[in-house]
Ligand binder design. Structure first.
Ligand code: UD1
Ligand code: UDP
Length: 388
């Protein structure tokens, strides 16, 4: 074993980059004990580069695999092939992957093929539905069984891993580094496009909308967008800010239903800092995103989740998130209730933060050192009490 532990982090999409940024900063802050290497697959291109810029991350390797309209075979194959020589050359002591994308799964598989230990950030999230979300549920189950060290964000996630036979001695409850990233982001200066400033000036209440889940593409997204048109007709003080995901399949539906609709402010994906600040100023959030289900509760924003199941039950239990699916009438009814019933709104808008305390990255790196017998195990993250 080398004097320093060589840790190679692999990620490729926007949310992985946001959640790995604090971990990489923490690895880099311990140069006496850790050598940090970063490989981006660039499963996302522009949306990944936005995050690399915000956090000043400079990857050592960039696989540049993104292709327009790529499918799961394309991504899996390109990640595996791209990583083979890099892993063989770098011989890391541990590979870190994050979450449940195809980069995550293929990255863990590549490391396993070379018998390199794998650490999994955000381990143990489950819906127990094979196709929801697709393919993320199976990506994360498989990644758990490839991994050697599991960074569970919450006790619920730890319990899910234990149920699947994962060795409890290899699970550490760390909190989710998304809260570390959020804490960094809210302190930094940012600039909001004039068009979005206008959205807040001209409308009494602004909904922040994001959509991208594969299982929602097509009909379900159309239903959601039609629901918004209905709501805009009904509530003249309402505006909608919608940073549109780069996936062409999402953009097709947006063009069909929302292009040119008054009080809908369509933008390119926002940089993380303006995005977080729009979330802070919005009245409520409507999303099928995973990460936003963690951030919005921490900012005290009600989140209506455009899905039938979630792997993040903590915010639902705490009352700040509610599952509303994608049915047009159901979405309209759920938003209307929050717009009309002050008590219902207030109950959901209480800030709760079951996902982290801003110290997840530090616990993760400490756990890596502990795995190699270079220090004590970190204390488990224990969330502040929240209402159930
Ligand atoms: C991926 C992840 C999903 C994650 C999401 C976060 C998989 C299978 N899916 O889904 O788990 O929640 O990222 O956003 O791993 N594109 C661009 N530029 C970009 C990003 C995407 O043009 O910066 C377009 C490309 O045409 C690309 C398409 O979007 O082919 C889809 O990207 P892909 O990463 O395959 O799927 P996502 O839906 O983004
Ligand atoms: N996000 C962003 N700009 C945007 C939309 C989202 O920076 O225009 C951030 C958001 O704050 C969260 C992450 O991207 O941290 C969520 O990414 P996404 O919804 O694409 O993926 P998921 O979390 O569903 O995997």
């Amino acid at each position: 074993m080398r004097k320093k532990i060589r840790v190679l982090s692999i990620f490729g999409t926007r949310p992985e980059a946001i959640k790995m940024a604090p971990v990489i900063k923490e690895l880099e802050s311990r140069p006496d004990s850790v050598e940090s290497r970063v490989v981006v697959t660039a499963q996302h291109r522009e949306m990944l580069d936005q995050v690399l810029r915000v956090f000043s991350l400079q990857p050592d390797y960039d696989l540049a695999i993104m292709r327009p309209g790529q499918d799961l075979f394309d991504v899996t194959e390109a990640v595996l092939r791209g990583l083979k020589n890099i892993l063989a050359r770098e011989e890391p002591d541990m590979v870190l992957v994050q979450g449940d994308t195809t980069t995550t799964f293929a990255g863990a598989l590549a490391a396993f093929y070379l018998r390199i230990p794998v650490g999994h950030v955000e381990a143990g999230l489950r819906t127990y539905e094979k196709y929801a979300p697709f393919p993320e549920e199976i990506n994360r189950v498989l990644t758990s069984h490839l991994a050697d060290l599991h960074f569970a964000p919450t006790a619920t996630a730890r319990d899910a891993l234990l149920k699947e036979g994962i060795d409890g001695k290899r699970i550490v409850i760390t909190g989710n580094p998304v809260i570390d990233a959020l804490q960094l982001a809210v302190q930094k200066p940012f600039r909001l496009e004039p068009e979005l400033e206008r959205a807040f000036l001209e409308n009494g209440r602004v909904i922040l909308l994001t959509t991208h889940r594969r299982e929602n593409l097509g009909g379900p997204l159309r239903e959601v967008y039609l629901a918004l048109r209905g709501l805009l007709d009904h509530y003249p003080d309402l505006g909608v800010i919608f940073p549109v995901h780069k996936n062409p399949a999402v953009r097709r539906e947006v063009d069909r239903v929302l292009a040119g609709v008054k009080r809908v402010y369509l933008t390119e994906p926002l940089d993380y800092l303006p995005f977080v600040n729009v979330m802070k100023r919005a009245h409520l959030v409507l999303t099928d995103s995973g990460g936003i289900q963690e951030e919005a509760p921490a900012l005290g924003k009600p989140v209506l989740v455009l899905r039938d199941v979630t792997e993040r039950p903590e915010a639902v239990a705490a009352g700040t998130a509610r599952l509303v699916g994608t049915d047009r009438d159901r979405v309209e009814a759920a938003v209307s209730r929050l717009l009309e019933d002050r008590d219902a709104y207030r109950e959901m808008a209480e800030a709760v933060n079951p996902y982290g305390d801003g110290k997840a990255a530090s616990r993760i790196v400490q756990a890596v050192l502990w795995y190699f017998n270079r220090g004590p195990a970190p204390e488990a993250f224990c969330p502040p009490a929240f209402r159930i």
